[in-house]
Design a protein around this ligand. Structure first.
Ligand code: FES
Length: 138
């Protein structure tokens, strides 16, 4: 008889197999292993925004000079939202303000190896939230 952990692993494996039909390896990796997750206590700016579906992302930015030296995110959103926010923080980290502001939804989607059309608004939400936080630093 299988243990609870083995049953959990089986279920997780089935879910990942199903997800792989719709999502790229990068999307699944960022969902399974989100980067830069969490609030930053001493952030220089932060913003929360909600998308058309009601999901919310918060982004926290810490600067060293003109460069994003630390960045974090929180969200109550779906797996694609987690992946978008995680990937975007990776793209923005160590960039200067101007470079980070200019990251587009399309660039984020390309970075993730594509997104299903119904999840492209998750990328828009992540990008808009980052731009909202950066706007407070201008
Ligand atoms: Fe709406 Fe991801 S932000 S489903």
């Amino acid at each position: 008889m299988k243990s609870d952990d083995e049953i959990f692993d089986d279920i997780e494996g089935l879910i990942l197999k199903e997800a792989a039909k719709f999502y790229s390896p990068a999307v699944i990796e960022h969902f399974n292993n989100p980067q830069n997750f969490g609030e930053i206590e001493d952030a220089d700016a932060n913003t929360y925004m909600s998308g058309i579906c009601g999901d919310t992302i918060g982004i926290f930015v810490k600067l060293t000079g003109d460069k994003i030296s630390n960045i974090g995110f929180v969200t109550n959103g779906c797996g694609a939202t987690i992946s978008c926010a995680s990937a975007l923080t990776c793209m923005a980290k160590d960039r200067n303000l101007n470079e980070a502001r200019n990251i587009s939804s399309q660039q984020l989607i390309e970075f993730l190896g594509g997104l299903p059309i119904e999840n492209t608004h998750c990328a828009d939400l992540a990008v808009n939230t980052l731009r909202g936080a950066l706007a407070k630093l201008s």
